[in-house]
Design a binder for this molecule. Structure first.
Ligand code: DKA
Length: 130
């Protein structure tokens, strides 16, 4: 079982609330709610590359587990992110305005559950292997 590969969004719950919590305005939320991104995850030891591909924007983050990095989020915030691995979860602690935690959990070979939390809002997004 591995995070490596290409994933496609198939389900999303409370994403609008999450985007509100992180401060995304109505125009961008409307786009965000309609967009079904793909994510490509590439793993080399403790080094991860996550590419998010959508009709709205393509972004890429690169990090090493345990090492804080500067992340520019898809909505344009600059945050300091600490990536860790906890069993079958990759956890990104984003410190910024505001703080947020994003986890990706490998549920089975074909299913990755993403949980995004901010200010008490918990958003769940399910991705399937393409
Ligand atoms: C995802 O990869 C969601 C990532 C969070 C993006 C936050 C703001 C997006 C605004 C369009 O499934």
């Amino acid at each position: 079982m591995s995070f490596s590969g290409m994933w496609k969004l198939v389900e999303s719950d409370k994403f609008d609330d999450y985007m509100k919590a992180i401060g995304v305005g109505l125009a961008l939320r409307t786009i965000g709610n309609k967009t079904k991104p793909s994510q490509e995850i590439i793993i080399d030891g403790d080094n991860y590359t996550i590419k998010t591909i959508s009709t709205f924007k393509n972004t890429e983050i690169k990090f090493t587990l345990g090492t804080e990095f500067d992340e520019k989020t898809i909505d344009g915030r600059n945050v300091k992110t600490t990536p860790t691995k906890d069993g079958n979860k990759i956890v990104l602690h984003q410190k910024g305005d505001p703080d947020s935690i994003i986890t990706r959990e490998l549920v089975d070979d074909n299913t990755m559950k993403m949980v995004l939390t901010c200010k008490g809002v918990v958003c769940t997004r399910v991705y399937k292997k393409e």
